[in-house]
Design a protein around this ligand. Structure first.
Ligand SMILES: Nc1ncnc2c1ncn2[C@@H]1O[C@H](COP(=O)(O)OP(=O)(O)OP(=O)(O)O)[C@@H](O)[C@H]1O
Ligand SMILES: [Mg+2]
Length: 356
């Protein structure tokens, strides 16, 4: 089999990890289904010099769930994850894994598997050596380690790659090797810092679907750091939205999307438009030919066909600004929209803001 070493993003069909059915049978036989632990942090605080990186963070991550830490660059996602892992010591607050207070327990005694944002494999070690590294420093018997490494490589779709070196793997394969390495220590919690960050969009999408299946099959409590809202909405049971070292909101994907706690969460979780000073989702805007309620008179400036949906760019006469509405193709043709037409726009569902 050939491997596109030069094209890190490429995954050929034969390199795609196991699909749902076969993944289930692989995980079932592997002893990977584990007792998993909840994670909680209370009043967590962290400074780097004068910089206040984590501000009074409270967060509970239920056992067996997948929680995404979502936020812009510099919001403190990696710092929070590294503090849970024990790679950073907080200035104040408590980290618990299961019932235990692990705030000052070294990382190797926390029963965690960790995949770093910028994963550094041991270049001089084969895939077998890399994946077996954790168990080997824990002095587990060699035959057990070899068996476990083979099982894990099957699960992450790298069966037969034992003797390759990291430089001989594609980017997607290297990240899957990193996941196998994290799982090799039979972790009670799995901490992933942008594990697919460097890969192209299509590969990311495939791998996150696969990660979700793997997480469901193993039941290991997982925290996934991402700045990609689509990735978080797609895979997570819960999302914690971070901004400037604070958690702005915690909830299910539906909750944070439909009832954002504030404008920051609303704009971070999807496209927004401003109608008379209020943030709305473009697909929540309703167009009509007659004035209904307090609909705002606008003029159609441009009509963009996006497949099933149509984006209608509107000029608001009074406020002199453009705003976009996203409607279905059927709705656009029912209204018979043309450029230059005068129409009315209103929010279909009043923007519901949750209590902060
Ligand atoms: N070791 C450090 N020394 C000083 N400042 C740091 C250190 N690590 C992080 N910071 C600062 O703390 C803030 C939070 O960093 P962190 O790495 O947690 O952000 P992030 O949300 O993971 O961002 P990204 O999406 O870019 O990875 C940033 O402003 C960063 O510059
Ligand atoms: Mg980071």
């Amino acid at each position: 089999m050939t491997v596109d070493v030069d094209k890190p993003g490429s995954l050929t069909k034969s390199e795609t990890p196991a699909a749902a059915g076969s993944l289930h049978s692989l995980v079932e036989g592997s002893g990977l289904q584990t007792e998993s632990y909840a994670i909680s942090v209370e009043h967590l605080d962290k400074h780097y010099g004068d910089y206040h990186a984590l501000r009074d963070i409270d967060l509970t991550i239920p056992s067996g769930s997948l929680t995404a830490l979502l936020g812009p660059s510099g919001s403190g996602k990696s710092t929070l994850l590294r503090t849970i892992a024990g790679l950073e010591v907080p200035d104040g607050g408590i980290v618990r894994i299961g019932e235990a207070d692990v705030t000052y327990v070294p990382p190797q005694q926390r029963a965690i598997g960790f995949v770093f944002q910028h994963y550094a494999a041991f270049k001089h070690m084969t895939v077998r050596g890399n994946v077996g590294f954790g168990p080997s420093i824990r002095k587990q018997p060699k035959v057990d380690i070899a068996k476990r490494v083979d099982e894990l490589l099957e699960i992450v779709g790298l069966g037969g790659y034992q003797d390759r070196y990291p430089s001989q793997l594609s980017g997607g394969q290297r990240q899957r090797m990193a996941l196998a390495r994290a799982l090799a220590v039979q972790p009670k919690v799995l901490l992933l810092d942008e594990p697919f960050g460097a890969l192209d969009a299509k590969v990311r999408e495939d791998l996150r679907t696969w990660l979700r299946q793997l997480q469901t099959e193993t039941g290991v409590t997982t925290v996934l750091v991402t700045h990609d809202q689509e990735e978080a909405l797609d895979v997570a049971d819960h999302i914690a939205v971070l901004n400037e070292g604070r958690i702005e909101q915690w909830g299910s994907p539906l909750e944070v999307y439909e009832t954002p706690a504030n404008d920051f969460v609303m704009s971070f979780l999807g496209p927004t438009a401003t109608l008379r000073g209020k943030l709305v989702r473009p697909h929540d805007l309703v167009l009509s030919l007659k004035q209904i309620d307090d609909a705002v008179p606008v003029v159609v400036e441009r009509i963009v066909h996006l497949g099933f949906e149509v984006r209608v760019e509107l000029r608001d006469g009074d406020e002199v600004g453009l705003l976009s509405a996203q409607i279905t193709r059927g709705e656009a043709s029912r209204l018979g929209l043309t450029v230059g037409q005068a129409v009315f726009v209103r929010p279909g569902q009043p923007a519901v803001l949750a209590a902060p």
